[in-house]
Write a protein that binds this ligand. Structure first.
Ligand code: SF4
Ligand code: SF4
Length: 601
């Protein structure tokens, strides 16, 4: 690592008002007065909030709400289950209407998992409790509170603040970044002017955590009012020094500002911590004070809404998740001033054009820029590179932007990386000076994104290969274990047989005999049951036959009786006829004639 200036040398130089410089840099038109003249304004509530579950560098937290849940302002929507997960919170009260993908506040515009909240207009908040005596509590509790409040770097990087504050390395300089070098943006300027005391409180908390030798608050010399208010707020702290930094873009870049203040250079693959420095944005300090002293989660931030297509350019308190369309409406965006719709999130140097006005404000959004026609160069104006090398002269990272452009455009990413593509801070200084108006940063971002995607796919493939290999090894091992188990069982049986001699064989034979006898007994029982059944059947047949005989006998007796009755009747009739004839003969003999009824015969 390169030698760097020691602490005392730096302090001596700073006390004389002398600073260092960084290579390159540009002086674009500031345009800050468009928006920095009025107080930060609170806006009306939007109807809907779109809160992306990941708004920082790291991993997303675990979602702890469901569709239909009623939520209050400050209520956590995700929980941090990983050191690199920073939770997100509801910025106002309402009902969770969806948890799905929504266009993201990112140059790619690709959708990201988002929690949609329909607001009830009441803006009810959860009750909060701060840690007023933070110096008396365990530092880990303060770091947890910062994490639970969902704070990440508000200057644009979005690095989790609790991770940065949990360092163990000795720190020479705690640097508070109030530079805000990008044209048009005045959010930090207004925050320092109006809330210097709360920023000071946040600095005190961070100082307590990282224990630096010196605190430096750096403000660009184009913000005299902010310099004044911060100087007053910090005057009682002897280790605090508020320093004016000459205006040059991008003096607010982390590496560039450290170089200006200390002459130390952050190594290409290193961190400011490696050279005894740590840096926070003024907005982050404000949020830290809110979290620790008030117990409030990060639910809103200052956003500059500006550009010549905005009738009322100003700074506003924007709730995280507010769609950009609401900000434009509140600040009177005039569509007539743009031939083609163009809304930029961020400034003209590092910002990106939005693909939808429904994209929300996130924790790192510092500006919404709506330029009028011809206010900014158009992407369509790109012409061929004339190899003028103006881009290299402007580069604050001492890169070769022209070569990076060629290799990025040709997708020769290996070569682009050899030209330190990932050292590019995407400041846009090269594109700003390019006479061919080539949107150089666009090519670098695309190249970085492709490389990250390739690396991700490679990592996934590698993980899949490792899983496959591990499974193969596991199956092999299990097979061997099974075979070994069988082998040991067989061996144990053989040994038992050998040990018991014939006894074991006899036991087996006896067992077989018992089984045979049992089987035979069963068969015997079955045969006798069959015989009983046959006998029962035979008896049934005999009984049936006897019944038939009785029936026949009864029938014959009845016939006999009928015959006897008939004979008796015949006899009676004969007797009656004979008596009638005898009577007739007697009457005839006495001269009386008698008619005999033939039917009575
Ligand atoms: S400034 Fe533009 S035209 Fe000139 S070398 Fe760089 S990319 Fe090419
Ligand atoms: S965008 Fe990258 S290459 Fe261009 S000037 Fe900035 S750091 Fe250099």
């Amino acid at each position: 690592m390169r030698e760097f200036a020691n602490f005392d040398t730096i302090m001596e130089r700073l006390s004389l008002g002398h600073l260092w410089d960084f290579p390159g840099g540009v002086h674009p038109k500031q345009q800050k007065t468009l928006s920095n003249k009025t107080l930060i304004k609170s806006l009306s509530l939007p109807d809907f909030l779109y809160i992306p579950v990941k708004q920082h560098i790291g991993v997303e937290g675990k979602i702890v709400v469901s569709e239909g849940d009623i939520v209050l302002k400050g209520q956590a929507l995700t929980a941090s289950e990983n050191p690199f997960a920073v939770p997100v919170h509801a910025s106002s009260s309402g009902v969770v209407r969806f948890i799905k993908e929504h266009p993201a506040a990112h140059p790619s515009g690709l959708p990201e998992l988002t929690i949609g909240i329909e607001l009830d207009g009441k803006d009810e908040a959860v009750s909060t409790q701060g840690i007023s005596q933070y110096a008396q509590v365990d530092k880990n509790d303060i770091i947890s509170a910062i994490c639970n409040a969902g704070i990440c770097g508000l200057g644009g990087a979005g690095f989790p603040t609790h991770i940065k504050s949990n360092n163990v390395k000795p720190i020479d300089f705690l640097i508070i970044n109030g530079i805000e070098c990008e044209p048009y943006i005045s959010a930090d300027d207004r925050l320092m002017r109006e809330h210097a005391w709360q920023i000071r409180q946040g600095i005190d908390i961070l100082r307590h955590l990282v224990q630096p030798k010196q605190v430096i608050i750096a403000i660009e010399d184009n913000k005299p009012e902010a310099y004044e208010t911060m100087s007053i707020a910090c005057q009682q702290q002897s280790e605090y020094q508020v320093i004016r930094v000459p205006t040059k873009y991008p003096a607010g870049g982390e590496k560039q500002l450290i170089q200006v203040l200390t002459s130390r250079e952050v190594p290409s693959d290193g961190l400011p911590l490696d050279i005894g420095c740590i840096m926070y944005n003024v907005g982050t300090c404000y949020a830290v004070a809110d979290a620790i002293i008030e117990g409030k989660a990060l639910t809103e931030r200052v956003v500059t809404v500006t550009g010549e297509a905005i009738n009322k350019p100003q700074n506003v308190w924007a709730k995280i998740g507010t769609p950009v369309s609401h900000l434009l409406e509140c600040c009177e965006f005039d569509r007539e001033k743009q031939q083609f719709p163009r809304i930029i999130m961020g400034g003209p140097m590092m910002g990106f054009t939005l693909t939808s006005a429904q994209i929300p404000v996130v924790k790192i959004t510092n500006c919404i820029l709506a330029p009028a026609e011809n206010e900014l160069p158009s992407v369509e104006d790109e012409r061929a590179c004339i190899r003028c090398s103006a881009c290299a002269d402007a580069c604050p990272a001492s890169l070769l932007p022209q070569q990076l452009f060629w290799y990025s455009k040709a997708k020769e990413y290996d070569v682009a990386q050899k030209y330190d593509l990932f050292d590019c801070i995407e400041c846009g200084a090269c594109a700003y000076v390019c006479p061919s108006e080539i949107p150089l940063v666009h090519y670098y971002r695309q190249a970085k994104s492709d490389i990250r995607q390739q690396q991700h796919e490679k990592e996934q493939a590698e993980k899949a290969r490792i899983r496959f290999e591990a499974r193969k090894v596991r199956l092999e091992r299990e097979k061997h274990e099974r075979e070994e188990k069988h082998r040991l069982a067989a061996e144990a049986r053989n040994q038992t047989l050998k040990k018991d001699g014939g006894a074991a064989k006899d036991k087996i034979a006896a067992a077989l005999a018992r089984a045979k006898a049992k089987k035979a007994a069963k068969q015997q029982v079955s045969v006798s049951e069959d015989a009983n059944e046959a006998s029962k059947t035979e008896k049934t047949i005999v009984d049936a036959k006897e019944d038939t005989n009785i029936q026949e006998t009864t029938t014959s007796a009845a016939d006999e009786k009928k015959k006897r009755v008939a004979a008796t009747i015949a006899k009676a009739k004969a007797r009656k006829k004979a008596a009638a004839l005898a009577q007739a003969a007697k009457e005839h003999n006495n001269g009386t004639s008698v008619e005999v009824d033939p039917k009575n015969d």
